[in-house]
Ligand binder design. Structure first.
Ligand code: F6P
Length: 548
């Protein structure tokens, strides 16, 4: 289906002509109930999209677009376990991982819950033994340090959640995440750790990812240099993978291998045993609260009509901004320090899922799909790139995300933090007119000549759209809802663009080339005639300067 030819798309182009030059100031002035009309609260998670450049008519046309692209049908197909990941012929069932009821899922014929529950039980057992000190290292010591070795979805989700919930963390355990191949990531960490009290989790769905394999092998060598006995691997390594045989070959005993399945995409795997480090940090009950939050969002997504369905609304607004208002990027601006990894997590979720130009049927898309996602802690951004958001002339929709209460309260911090967050979204939306700027300058006693000189610099165009997501506090339930909200938003966007959001063929070429270049870097003495001149020139530099 070519969505850009549909009457719904055409209707939205008309709305664009109508709304393109309408300012958020006017939209707010025209509707006193705008906040009530364009915000939604679900179990205390408040999503305010009133500062988006939409009105009721745009929203209904966007909903029509969702209907015409059969969002509800694709959603139901995903939840029913159909193989909607067509290029890999896989079901997409990460929602089974947070299905907490004692009923089959997705249905009695294809029920995956017995395996899911068995791994949850295995997780609980490990979590309880480590947290209570019953799990002992090769010299009989309790575990104090947990190192998750993984990359992409096997790193970003657990790292985000562990940090987000660190206020609830077991006081006797410290958590580290190693992803980079650069030994500067692992080496300083190993220097400070004691092999007797360190537990490594090798999280890798495939167990073949180069970065993870090399880091895991180095960690294993480091352990064995101290323990001198192969059996020690079983006391200090756990694997989370869909290739148990490969983990077994690595020397990890079956009891320490937690399985995931091909129907869990890497970037959707936080809810599986890939989240083991999170469960070790906050306990299995806490982890299940996070699953409960995600399950609550799943039910909302499945049951609510499109016009009251949060993931659908957020997806449609993002499509409006990208395909009609012309935004090329979008900024994620968390204000709580503990969710500092949210932008990186969402970069993978959004851009690995929908960073595509080909439809699920292999046809070229007729419109641009996912915008570039970037972001940073909001207050830090205020003193760095916000200048461009305010006066740079680019349309950059922003997501402000903040918890009302601090997870590490200190007197005098939280109110200014919240004030800054709200002030920024307000300044971006409403800006400052020339008249307002002139009045301010003149009230400050500036001469007319001085005012004329400064005035162009003091005007803020505003009309920069944003969504604000508020949570009461950073607790596992709210975090689960928040992340599942974004997951489903990405899915809905993919459906509307006609994309398969669950494959990632675009990451393969670089991996293949890296393997091909390796021999030239480590051993080659002369240029490889099959390579381009630039790559050969750069390799020659490595030969001169690198110690590989
Ligand atoms: O290369 C991309 C990717 O496959 C991601 O999709 C995935 O999250 C990451 O690599 C890690 O993969 P694995 O868990 O198999 O090591």
């Amino acid at each position: 289906m070519n969505i850009t030819n549909t009457p719904e798309w055409q209707a939205l182009l008309d709305h664009k002509d109508r709304l393109e030059h309408v300012h958020l100031r006017d939209l707010f002035a025209a509707d006193e109930e705008r906040f009530a009309n364009f915000s939604f609260e679900l179990d205390d998670l408040l999503v305010d999209y009133s500062k988006q450049r939409i009105d009721a008519a745009t929203l209904s046309s966007l909903i029509e677009l969702a209907r015409t692209t059969d969002v509800a049908g694709w959603r139901d197909r995903m939840f029913a376990g159909e193989k909607i990941n067509v290029s890999e012929e896989r079901s997409v069932l990460h929602t089974a991982l947070r299905h907490l009821e004692f009923t089959p899922f997705p249905n009695a014929e294809q029920d995956v819950m017995p395996q899911v529950r068995a791994v949850r039980k295995q997780m609980r057992d490990i979590v309880e033994r480590v947290r209570s000190g019953l799990w002992r290292g090769f010299k009989g010591d309790a575990i104090q340090n947990i190192v998750n070795i993984g990359i992409g979805g096997s790193d970003l989700g657990p790292k985000l959640a562990t940090r987000a919930l660190s206020a609830l963390q077991h006081p006797g355990l410290t958590f580290y995440y190693v992803s980079n191949l650069d030994s500067a990531h692992l080496a300083p960490l190993l220097e400070q750790l004691d092999p007797r009290t360190t537990l490594f989790i090798v999280a890798s769905k495939t167990f073949t990812t180069q970065e993870t394999s090399i880091n895991a092998q180095t960690a294993r060598n480091w352990l064995l240099a101290a323990a001198m006995e192969e059996w020690a691997v079983g006391k200090h390594f756990i694997a989370v993978t869909s290739s148990p045989a490969k983990a077994h070959e690595f020397g990890i005993p079956d009891s320490n291998i937690l399985e995931i399945w091909d129907w869990v995409g890497g970037r959707y795997s936080l809810w599986s045993a890939v989240g083991l480090s999170v469960a070790l940090a906050i306990g299995m009950n806490g982890f299940e609260r996070m699953l409960k939050g995600a399950e609550t969002m799943d039910h909302h997504f499945q049951q609510m009509p499109l016009e009251k369905n949060l993931p659908v609304l957020l997806a449609l607004i993002s499509i409006w901004n990208t395909n009609f208002l012309g935004a090329e990027t979008t900024a994620i601006l968390p204000y709580n320090e503990s969710i500092r990894h949210l932008p990186a997590f969402l970069q993978q979720l959004e851009m690995e899922s929908n960073g595509k130009t080909v439809s699920r049927d292999g046809e070229p898309l007729t419109c641009r799909a996912n915008p570039i996602v970037w972001g940073e802690i909001g207050v830090n951004g205020q003193h760095a790139f916000f200048q461009l958001l305010h006066q740079g002339g680019w349309l950059i929709p922003c997501d402000f995300v903040v918890a009302a209460s601090s997870d590490y309260p200190l007197p005098g911090h939280q109110a200014p933090l919240l004030a800054n967050c709200l002030a920024q979204s307000s300044a971006l939306a409403f800006g400052k007119t020339e008249a307002q700027a002139r009045e301010e300058l003149s009230a400050a006693g500036l001469s007319d000549a001085h005012i004329a000189k400064l005035l162009p610099h003091k005007v803020f165009a505003g009309n920069q759209p944003s969504t604000t997501i508020l949570m009461p506090s950073l607790d596992p339930f709210q975090l689960g809802m928040l992340l599942a909200l974004y997951e489903h938003k990405v899915f809905v966007q993919g459906v509307i663009w006609g994309i398969n959001s669950f494959d990632q063929w675009g990451v393969e070429l670089g991996k293949q080339l890296a393997n091909r270049l390796l021999p030239s870097i480590t051993g080659g003495q002369a240029d490889d005639a099959s390579l381009d001149a630039s790559t050969n020139g750069l390799i020659a530099y490595f030969r001169r300067h690198g110690h590989v």
